[in-house]
Ligand binder design. Structure first.
Ligand code: DAH
Length: 355
């Protein structure tokens, strides 16, 4: 009798067309009121010998049916997934439909443009962690302990964890250190990324973006630094004769150091970039300090080079006429629709940076 029942139940399992039907078969066989369960309940009325024999046979039957149900379930699931994959196939190479609302954030767009320009000059992109230690963010960059420049950074320190003082990086410069520690010169990298300072007003947000540049080899000098930044600014702002002014300045990690202004006009309250006699500061730069090279294991009697750093929001605001820094991070879809960029308009120098 179990054989006939077994064959019948196995047939039902095989014939179940979907998961719901299979579940019905399971309940009818193994559920509380199922047929196999019913037979189990009858065991009580048998003699001990009969009970042992029949009990063993019923247990076997139960296991076999349960295994068959599991196998069928797996088959049905695979078939279901396969059918879905076939039915829901999408062609990722199709162009974006115009009615799609998504926009590229001006920060992403600006970073893409910066990368496109420096890639043409032979730079590669490097990155590093947002959570840094004191060594990479300050000490290796020639900020001595207690140096006032550390206070100027309004650092977010993390709760003490062990012997290392951890913080949110206040600039992208620590990635200079990481790059020099992990790569041999010649080095030619840019480092776009998030930075953090405890500050909030019209022109400061606690999180903002910078792009860092670093060139290290045996011959690079201040003339190369100037040429590189002049070419970059003219390409980025798309003003062929944009004048640049290099003003002496101070950063612990460069010597000499300079701040760079670009030419502009503020006539009538409107800011225009070009050769108009007025100036606007946009970045810091200099020749990498020998102390920094040595802290990173680079022989300062053989190697030299330049570094620069600039705020990405600032140059994005200038280029795209965005008046308030804080709006970048308010996640307002109307703002994004107005200032954002159409996807797949990937910037390159050949196609024009923005269209
Ligand atoms: N790290 C500086 C800051 O956040 C910016 C900077 C200045 C970076 C000069 C540099 C540099 O690499 O050479 O204020």
């Amino acid at each position: 009798m179990p054989d006939a029942l077994k064959n019948e139940l196995l047939q039902l399992v095989t014939d179940a067309p979907d998961l719901a039907a299979l579940e019905e078969v399971r309940v009818a066989a193994l559920g509380k009121k199922g047929r196999v369960t019913g037979l189990m309940k009858e065991l009580g009325g048998l003699s001990p010998d009969e009970r042992r024999e029949r009990g063993a046979a019923l247990n076997l039957l139960k296991d076999e049916i349960a295994a068959a149900i599991d196998a069928r379930k797996a088959d049905l699931n695979t078939a279901h997934l396969k059918a879905r994959l076939e039915a829901e196939r999408i062609d990722v190479t199709l162009p974006v439909r115009p009615e799609v609302e998504g926009r590229i954030h001006p920060i992403s767009q600006t970073i893409d443009e910066i990368v496109a320009i420096f890639a043409e000059m032979g730079f590669t992109v490097a990155d590093g962690p947002d959570v840094e230690d004191d060594f990479h963010n300050f000490t290796a960059l020639n900020f001595p302990p207690g140096h006032p420049a550390r206070d100027m950074h309004d650092t977010f320190y993390l709760p003490d964890a062990g012997d290392k003082k951890m913080l949110l990086r206040t600039h992208t410069s620590p990635v200079q250190v990481r790059t020099m520690l992990s790569k041999k010169p010649p080095i030619r990298v840019i480092i776009p990324g998030r930075t953090f300072r405890s500050d909030y007003d019209m022109t400061h947000t606690p999180m903002f973006h910078q792009v860092e540049g670093l060139v290290i080899d045996e011959t690079t000098n201040m003339g190369h630094l100037k040429g590189c930044l002049i070419d970059f600014c003219r390409a980025f702002f798309d003003v062929d004769d944009l004048p640049l002014r290099f003003r002496p300045s101070f950063f612990p990690f460069t010597e000499p150091s300079a701040e760079v202004d670009i030419g502009c006009s503020r006539k009538g309250g409107e800011l225009k970039l070009g050769n108009f006699g007025d100036w606007l500061e946009i970045l810091g730069c200099g020749m990498v300090h020998p102390n920094v090279l040595e802290a990173c294991g680079v022989d300062s009697t053989r190697y030299q080079g330049f570094a620069f750093g600039m705020g990405i929001e600032r140059i994005a605001m200038l280029k795209y006429g965005i008046p308030d820094l804080r709006t970048f991070f308010e996640a307002d879809l109307r703002w994004l629709k107005h200032y954002g960029f159409v996807p797949l308009d990937v910037p390159s120098l050949a196609s024009g940076l923005t269209r």
